[in-house]
Design a protein around this ligand. Structure first.
Ligand code: PLP
Length: 347
């Protein structure tokens, strides 16, 4: 008989009520427009399976991924949804795959439009660049006969500075409105999470929130409206006693000034718990703070157990990972903090 799978020593739990509440909030803030969901990068690291079906249940009908490798897993969970692949068809094979799977490429160039039409075409989205200068069709190409041949569902553009006060927002809005007048399409979309807060002019028919669904607050207008979704927990794999003068971890960056009990936790930078948390992070147990001491290593982090003297090997602690706060403390973006989480977490 096969032995049972070893139990994981890391857990990432998705609070699906918070997830759905956040999406409902963003859908409401989108006014007359519908909210979709950006679920690229495995739903910002939280897991397609733990997010996409719940969002569908809540009423979300439009899902956005970046890579072709992400389209199949999303479509498998929500076969009746509209799934758009933001990077567009880079090869003929991508176009054939999209048609087979029933997902839409987002056309970002005349070459992609040509590729899509040559593969047989069908409904697609178009991304027009209005000033971010990342991917997207230049506005001047919108009138090209190739674009006029497309059957466009969503005409997208993407804001460069939605999370701050910038003259670019109004400029991109104006160019996006121009684009809407130039080419036939069913729906128009411009706003990401932060863009939703810029007002109804930015909403179009459909918004594309991502980070705020998952508990991030990219701008002050969303403060207090978004709930934490991801909860991280890690197991203690060893407990030890330090004497005054003992040091902890690589390069001895922490030196005990007294006798103390410490725990070694099975979490490290390979799990996305980066070295910035060295001597800076906190874990908690029953409301008690357990500070990180010494350097975070690849698979281990040491915490001070002074506030939780009963904790022992095999017990679990929660990792403090409030996104806005963690971003302020580490200098990492809330996006990096979520998408950087590794693959060793179980649900
Ligand atoms: C990732 C992405 C979004 C979502 O952005 P958030 O800032 O996470 O809300 C929306 N639109 C496009 C084109 C994206 O690439």
């Amino acid at each position: 008989m096969q032995p049972k799978e070893p139990s994981p020593a890391l857990r990432l739990t998705v609070d699906s009520r918070a997830l759905v509440a956040n999406w409902n909030t963003l859908n409401r803030l989108s006014g007359a427009a519908e909210a979709g969901a950006a679920v690229k990068a495995n739903a910002y690291g939280l897991g397609i399976g733990k997010t996409v079906p719940a969002l569908w249940e809540a009423g979300c009908r439009d899902f956005f991924v970046a890579h072709w490798s992400e389209a199949g897993p999303v479509a498998a969970h929500v076969p009746a949804a509209s799934v758009s692949v933001l990077h567009g068809p880079l090869t003929e094979q991508d176009a054939i795959y999209a048609r087979h799977l029933g997902v839409k490429p987002v056309i970002n160039s005349l070459a992609q439009a040509r590729r899509w039409i040559d593969a047989g075409g069908g409904q697609c989205d178009v991304m027009v660049d209005t000033g971010i200068n990342r991917i997207g069709l230049p506005l001047t190409d919108l009138g090209d006969s190739l674009i006029l041949q497309l059957s466009i569902d969503i005409l997208h553009s993407h804001l460069a500075s939605a999370d701050e006060v910038s003259h670019l927002n109004a400029l991109q809005l104006e160019r996006w409105n121009d684009a809407r007048g130039q080419v036939a399409h069913r729906r128009a979309s411009l706003a990401n999470s932060a863009g939703i807060t810029l007002g109804s002019a930015y909403h179009g028919d459909l918004t594309r929130p991502g980070i705020a669904i998952y508990g991030g607050t990219p701008c002050a207008a969303l403060d207090g409206k978004i709930a934490q979704v991801a909860r991280l927990e890690a197991a203690i794999i060893q407990v030890r006693e330090l004497k005054s003068g003992d040091s902890v971890g690589y390069n001895a960056t922490y030196v005990a000034s007294r006798q103390m009990r410490v725990g070694v936790v099975s979490l490290g930078y390979a799990d996305g718990y980066f070295r910035v948390w060295s001597n800076a992070g906190t874990m908690i147990h029953q409301g008690q703070a357990l500070p990180v001491i010494g350097r975070v290593s690849m698979d281990m982090t040491v915490i001070d157990l002074s506030n939780a003297p009963t904790l022992a090997e095999g017990d679990w602690v929660e990792v403090v990972y409030d996104l806005p706060d963690a971003a302020a403390k580490t200098g990492l973006s809330q996006y990096e903090l979520l998408t950087g989480l590794g693959r060793r977490f179980a649900s």
